[in-house]
Write a protein that binds this ligand. Structure first.
Ligand code: GDP
Length: 340
């Protein structure tokens, strides 16, 4: 065994070529380091990460990307363990990633607190990576997207992206996956109309979990109710009917059927051409979002803007300068000072 110091040094000095080869050869240690590289906030690492992403690009895009959401306690990790084990036994290579918006706002994170997917993470065909932390949701999501590309280049043919049921993060995950699965629980009928309607509109399938024991009948009733509501909604994917099902992550009942459905979805969407169309659309949207974010950051980081913004804001709120004019002047001066 190398001594710790040497090992650390070797880690730090991996070249882009070494990263690329390691990732493509499915070297787990190098995959982990490559993900750490794309998750880094340092500008130096950013450059290297982008070079790596450029190189692995031809090897990406071949996996089926599945988003999984549900409120805390819905059974996401139990389902991923069960479903993931089945897929790995069948010879698939599965990467499980997470987008946890809470990691940026609170110290703890909703998805990361407990040891999750303990059994699955030990399986040689599975790679489980917790949510990147720090930064706004946009930053977390970009890192997860790039992590997904690394996993694809490393030969993982199924990617799960898990998130919690808190609005914006679900939309974000929807925008990076092919198939979006929503786990629901029975009960909470009153909320059905409001909060849940939004999530139903972006789902490709709704699964009522914990359909076992004494809860089975209630789950079947909920399924019927969801199907009734889904009937009135526009499906999330053109040419695909979003339906509700029951499942038990605990007993595994309904899990093989879930995989059958995802594969038939993939087949159907590839045939219709929507699969590629959605991915292209996702990339274009992603690009717009990154441009907006980058421009916004540059504007607020600009030394002149930092210095003058408080005073201009004061003038606007005091009614001394019209708002639109103040904004226009700020942007014009910013453009000149940023040497565009
Ligand atoms: P997560 O927060 O969505 O990841 O939910 P967990 O997977 O941690 O599950 C929350 C709790 O529900 C745990 O105690 C699980 O054992 C339990 N649970 C999960 N799936 C099922 C199921 O299908 N049936 C039953 N009866 N319990 C389940």
């Amino acid at each position: 065994m190398n001594d710790q110091g040497k090992h650390k040094f070797r880690k730090r000095s991996l070249t882009v070529e070494e990263f690329t080869d390691g990732v493509i050869n499915g070297n787990r240690a190098i995959i982990a380091q490559a993900i750490t590289l794309v998750e880094s906030n340092s500008p130096k690492h950013f450059e290297k990460a982008q070079k790596l992403l450029q190189r692995i690009m031809p090897y990406t895009g071949k996996a089926i990307r599945v988003g999984i959401t549900g409120v805390p306690g819905a059974g996401k990790s139990t389902l991923i363990e069960e479903f993931g084990a089945m897929l790995c036994v069948q010879g698939n290579k599965l990467a499980v990633l997470a987008v946890d918006p809470s990691s940026s706002v609170s110290r703890g994170s909703i998805l990361g607190d407990k040891t999750r997917m303990d059994t699955l993470s030990k399986h040689p065909n599975a790679y489980v990576r917790p949510s990147p932390s720090g930064g706004a949701l946009g930053g977390v999501a970009r890192k997860s997207r790039e992590t997904m590309l690394i996993c694809e280049a490393a030969g993982y043919n199924i990617i799960f992206v898990e998130t919690v049921g808190v609005g914006q993060s679900e939309i974000t995950v929807r925008s990076m996956v092919d198939f979006f699965l929503v786990l629901m629980l029975t009960g909470g009928g009153d909320e059905l109309q409001g909060m849940k309607k939004g999530i139903m509109e972006i789902a490709d399938a709704i699964y009522i979990n914990k359909a076992d024991g004494t809860n089975k009948q209630a789950a079947l009733n909920a399924k019927a109710e969801y199907n009734r509501l889904l009937h009135y909604l526009q499906p999330a994917t053109p040419g695909w009917e979003t339906r509700a099902f029951t499942i038990s992550a605990l007993t595994g009942e309904g899990v093989p059927e879930l995989w059958d459905m995802i594969t038939s979805f993939e087949e159907k969407m590839k045939k219709s051409g929507f699969f590629e169309k959605r991915r292209a659309g996702q990339l274009a949207d992603w690009m717009d979002r990154l441009i907006e974010e980058e421009l916004k950051n540059r504007f607020y980081q600009n030394a002149y803007i930092k210095e003058t913004l408080p005073e201009v804001k004061r003038q606007v709120t005091a009614g001394e300068t019209p708002l639109a004019r103040a904004v226009q002047e700020l942007i014009q001066t910013y453009q000149q000072s940023d040497k565009f």
